[in-house]
Design a protein. Structure first.
Length: 423
């Protein structure tokens, strides 16, 4: 690339926020803040076509009731609704491959929550990406640079100065790190992160089954880890679900190497016959499982959101919901500071966001990690204790209702967006 003289260099791009990372949480952050009147520049290392969902990585997201309310207010939900399968019931059971599930189980019915709404919806991640990209394109205060990569970054006393590899410069008041569990920005800021590597791999695929799922999500606990069957919308006349199959890391390659019939047979062996014959559709993907938790969610003119702050076990399907709660809390704190004429990148403003989010995140980390350790084994006394525990909770309606509301993001202190209130 030829050198550009100072006289020919374009003027720096000025913005309130510079968001690095164009994934689901980064895009939602840009939408929330730009929709509230602040200017946001979103830098995504991936080309625009990939961000908008041209590729498929096999993953789906469980969008809880509270997160859906936020997406409605952000103008994203209309683009998602046609692809969203409501979750009407959740069935939690314990068992072993090739054997019937335990007669003790926990059944959640959405009608018992008192909210007259589904628990949430299952949506393919590529549909979420497309809807976010479409909404971003409607917001004049949001600018997306994709592909784009940082060449240098300086967080000064009053602003953030960034230079991209193509020479463009960006000046912002706050830097938002949405660059994933291996966040480069978190590392460069000297923010340490605790990590636990599980001896587990998540295998993800879409399957067709003979019988309709009825909007029921299954979480079947096996000795190697949880096996989830998540209802999807029908397509091309097929009843479809997504499997999130947690398996021992040493065994996962052999399972992934099976032909379609062999792989489908292993799914049936673990899940059972309640949906009839099962056949895998298309490719399979695998992801090593790890817990990552940053010691701080904020630094000098820097804030962490989504997996950059916390990556949890998928056992409860709360990963995206946790990130969207970050977005809702950060947007509320930043918008309030902006309306009061305060510096949105000031340490006390960012401290408010961190205080709000830390307890919620740590509680969910403790729950998901403990559940995985409790259920991912075949120890007789533990199996009996957890089976009796599932049965006991199933027979206590007030406790079930409380657990349902928490899973739906409809309990406890919540940001305005999750309560269905505009910023």
């Amino acid at each position: 690339m030829p050198a550009v003289s100072p006289d020919e260099a374009p003027a720096p791009i000025e913005a309130d926020l510079l968001i690095v990372g164009g994934g689901l949480v980064g895009a939602a952050t840009a939408i929330a803040l730009a929709g509230a009147g602040l200017s946001a520049v979103l830098i995504d290392a991936e080309p625009a076509a990939e961000r908008e969902g041209a590729g498929y990585d096999g993953r789906v997201s469980a969008i809880a009731y509270g997160s859906q309310r936020a997406l409605v207010l952000l103008g994203v939900w209309p683009g998602l609704a046609p692809y969203a399968q409501p979750i009407l019931d959740i069935r939690v059971s314990d068992g072993k491959p090739g054997r019937p599930a335990s007669r003790f189980f926990l059944h959640y019915d959405h009608r018992e929550s008192g909210l007259e709404a589904p628990f949430g919806h299952i949506v393919e991640n590529r549909a979420v990406r497309r809807a976010l990209a479409a909404r971003l394109a409607e917001l004049p205060q949001a600018r997306v640079i994709a592909p784009g990569r940082l060449a240098s970054l300086e967080r000064g006393p009053g602003r953030v100065d960034a230079r991209l590899e193509d020479g463009r410069e960006i000046r912002a008041r706050l830097l938002v790190a949405a660059d994933g569990a291996r966040s480069t920005l978190r590392q460069e800021a000297g923010i340490a992160a605790a990590e636990i590597t599980y001896a587990q791999t998540a295998i993800v695929a879409t399957v067709a089954h003979e019988l309709p799922h009825g909007g029921v999500a299954h979480e079947h606990f096996l000795p190697a880890g949880p096996f989830a069957m998540l209802p999807m919308t029908d397509a091309e006349g097929l009843h479809r679900s997504s499997i999130v199959w947690t398996e021992r890391r040493a065994l996962a390659p052999a399972l992934l190497g099976l032909d379609d019939d062999g792989f489908s047979a292993e799914i049936e062996r673990r899940f059972g016959a309640s949906l009839g014959r099962i056949q895998v559709l298309g490719r399979r993907w695998s992801y090593p499982l790890k817990l990552v938790h940053a010691e701080r969610y904020a630094g000098h003119r820097l804030v962490l959101v989504g997996d950059a702050a916390h990556a949890i076990h998928p056992i409860a399907g709360q990963g995206l919901n946790l990130g969207l709660r970050d977005v809702a809390a950060l947007a509320e704190v930043i918008v309030e500071a902006h309306r009061l004429g305060l510096d949105i990148g000031a340490a006390d403003v960012l401290a408010g966001y961190e205080r709000w989010r830390r307890f919620d995140v740590m509680l969910l980390i403790a729950v998901t990690d403990s559940l995985n350790r409790l259920f991912s084994n075949d120890i007789g006394p533990l199996r009996l204790a957890r089976d009796l525990g599932l049965a006991a909770v199933d027979r206590l309606p007030p406790l079930k209702r409380l657990l349902m509301r928490h899973a739906m993001g409809a309990a406890g202190p919540r940001p305005r967006l999750l309560r269905g209130l505009p910023l």
